[in-house]
Design a protein around this ligand. Structure first.
Ligand code: NAG
Ligand code: NAG
Ligand code: NAG
Ligand code: NAG
Ligand code: NAG
Ligand code: NAG
Ligand code: NAG
Ligand code: NAG
Ligand code: NAG
Ligand code: NAG
Ligand code: NAG
Ligand code: NAG
Length: 465
């Protein structure tokens, strides 16, 4: 069965399968905590102190950028939800916002790294340490950041998934947390640096940070597999939004008059349409005259990178974030910072197909493998600054002159970046288990990398999209 059909089985209880045995398992929403500002045993991970942030760095259009991601939902499905309709009246609807590919994991990877590196699946990946993310750009300007992952067992967790008490049924356990929805942990440049890894926090930390007025300036928030709609429906998402986001919109510690909240989805559920996802800009930082209006500029997940670059004058990653077809900056921010978008909007035929899946060459794609290459160091991003160059990056190793993609799968191998590097932070200190032993050189630097013999991910797992 193709992967998208399997996913539809799980996520779409309104489909033809509604009368099957599966439908009997459909969960109904239960609040995981008393309020969004309360800690709860249902969140699994304990809180670990308050996030320590550097002094606020004012942006040109906003001072705080919060992203909240939901799962696998077509534009029309979200548009039909009464809760989304309500929120739309309070915000700016981005009616031409697109995901990059399918399934889930490459979209998350793209949103923080400016590329999905050919990733064709939801399998385990660890991206080498000389590949940069938005974290490098933010830290370069002392802008505080964190990610909040609901149901993650401990800060900096590098596990593939985590199963905990099933608080919806009060009976047994449930896999609420998955690594594939935790974008920054997939990058060794974040997860192999203790201070950075520990800024990937859980929802009990969120409650503590919020109560301490310690929300960072940039954050990426992933609700768990039921609250983000992955295993459930748009109505379940709506219930969670009513429980969690609606009150927080009124809380000055979360949403003040310099806050922008980007509410979006990783991808559409249907693969055979282009990847248009319902996306809202909320928050007190949204200019009043834009509340309740629609912006039909063509945006993508790379727009979340270019917009923060423009806002704080950041360096760029020199990848999709500087691709002028894909990197339009939110218009009200572009107008404030003087950045010129490409003019693509509405249902323009210039909007590329962004539903291509699995056959895009890259270092994370075992069937179309090419090594990691350096970013385009002469690119100019929306922040105006130069391209960030990580330590150990061989900037002369570029796409030009690369050999044709190789099918590693055909010789029984996987991409080297499917190997688990073997470190974790179960108690706030980096621990090591045995990583893969074989090594070879690859890509953009001197990095010695494990060859893929370790992790045989099971494709038949329930809806890994
Ligand atoms: C955990 O979730 C259940 C179901 O909503 C709820 O009854 C319970 O109060 C929650 N626990 C805490 C500590 O909030
Ligand atoms: C939508 O908003 C209205 C007015 O604020 C409220 O009465 C209604 O309950 C909301 N509906 C949903 C589904 O959130
Ligand atoms: C969780 O990960 C393990 C491998 O670490 C895998 O065997 C299992 O199927 C995964 N479960 C889910 C629900 O993803
Ligand atoms: C709890 O789960 C077990 C195992 O899945 C099942 O046999 C049992 O019927 C469930 N109990 C209730 C009260 O739903
Ligand atoms: C934004 O909020 C701050 C702090 O509450 C206040 O001083 C300022 O006047 C507000 N600005 C606007 C434009 O409302
Ligand atoms: C992508 O979407 C287009 C419609 O915009 C459709 O024609 C095409 O078949 C889709 N591609 C795939 C691989 O499903
Ligand atoms: C920019 O993105 C477009 C649309 O996906 C693509 O066709 C083009 O090759 C990209 N440009 C570069 C330099 O990668
Ligand atoms: C941005 O500037 C353009 C050109 O001046 C204008 O047409 C447009 O309305 C502005 N958009 C916003 C959101 O301010
Ligand atoms: C790569 O090899 C595998 C195993 O032989 C095969 O199933 C697959 O179709 C090949 N992929 C491509 C793109 O040729
Ligand atoms: C993690 O960092 C250590 C140095 O702190 C380095 O020795 C090791 O090779 C790194 N591992 C990976 C997978 O990058
Ligand atoms: C964490 O665990 C490691 C390895 O088990 C141990 O050496 C270290 O002392 C522990 N640190 C704390 C703070 O408990
Ligand atoms: C808690 O956070 C501090 C930094 O604030 C860190 O030093 C410590 O290792 C963390 N402990 C755990 C259990 O994550």
């Amino acid at each position: 069965m193709p992967q998208f059909v399997r996913c539809a089985l799980l996520a779409g209880s309104t489909l033809a399968f509604a009368t099957s045995a599966f439908a009997a398992l459909a969960q109904s929403f239960q609040p995981p905590a008393l309020t969004p500002e309360s800690i709860s045993t249902n969140y699994t991970g304990q809180s670990n102190n308050t996030l320590q942030n550097s002094p606020l760095v004012p942006g040109k259009a906003f001072d705080r950028f919060i992203q909240i991601w939901f799962e696998n939902t077509d534009y029309a499905t979200a548009a039909s939800s009464s809760v989304f309709q309500n929120l739309t009246k309070q915000g700016l609807l981005l009616s031409q916002f697109y995901a990059m590919t399918h399934p889930s994991e490459p979209n998350y990877i793209a949103a923080v790294g400016g590329d999905f590196f050919g990733q064709p699946s939801d399998d385990f990946r660890a991206i080498p340490q000389n590949i940069s993310t938005v974290v490098d750009l933010l830290e370069d300007k002392n802008i505080s950041w964190a990610s909040y992952q609901e149901s993650m067992p401990y800060d900096g967790c590098t596990l593939f998934n985590y199963t905990s008490f099933d608080y919806l049924t009060n009976n047994g356990t449930y896999t609420y947390y998955v690594r594939k929805h935790n974008p920054l942990i997939i990058y060794d440049s974040v997860s192999n640096v203790t201070e950075r890894a520990l800024r990937i926090r859980n929802f009990n930390d969120f409650a503590v940070d919020l109560n301490a007025s310690a929300m960072p300036q940039w954050s990426f928030i992933t609700p768990n597999l039921v609250d983000d709609g992955h295993d459930t429906t748009i109505d379940f998402i709506g219930n969670w939004l009513t429980f969690w986001l609606m009150p927080l919109l009124q809380d000055d510690k979360f949403n003040n008059n310099r806050t922008i909240i980007l509410l979006t989805f990783d991808e559409t559920e249907t693969y055979t349409i282009n990847n248009q996802i319902y996306t809202l800009v909320l928050g007190g930082g949204l200019p009043k005259h834009l509340v309740g209006t629609t912006d039909d500029t063509f945006y993508t997940h790379y727009s979340a990178l270019s917009t923060v670059q423009a806002n704080w004058g950041l360096k760029s990653l020199g990848r999709g974030d500087t691709n002028n077809t894909l990197n339009n900056v939110l218009e009200f921010v572009a107008n404030t910072t003087g950045w010129k978008n490409n003019g693509i909007s509405g249902n323009s035929s210039a909007i590329p197909l962004l539903n291509l899946t699995g056959n895009i060459p890259g270092p994370l794609n075992g069937e179309f493998y090419i090594p990691f290459t350096a970013p385009n160091t002469s690119a100019v991003g929306a922040g105006g600054g130069p391209v960030f160059v990580a330590d150990g990056l061989n900037t002369s190793f570029t796409v030009a002159g690369l050999p044709a993609p190789v099918n590693l799968t055909a010789s029984g191998q996987d991409t080297p970046w499917a190997a688990n590097p073997g470190y974790d932070y179960p108690n706030g200190t980096q621990t090591f288990t045995t990583p893969t032993t074989q090594s070879s050189t690859s890509g953009t630097g001197k990095l010695v990398v494990p060859i893929a013999t370790l992790l045989f991910t099971v494709l038949s797992m329930a809806c890994m999209l």
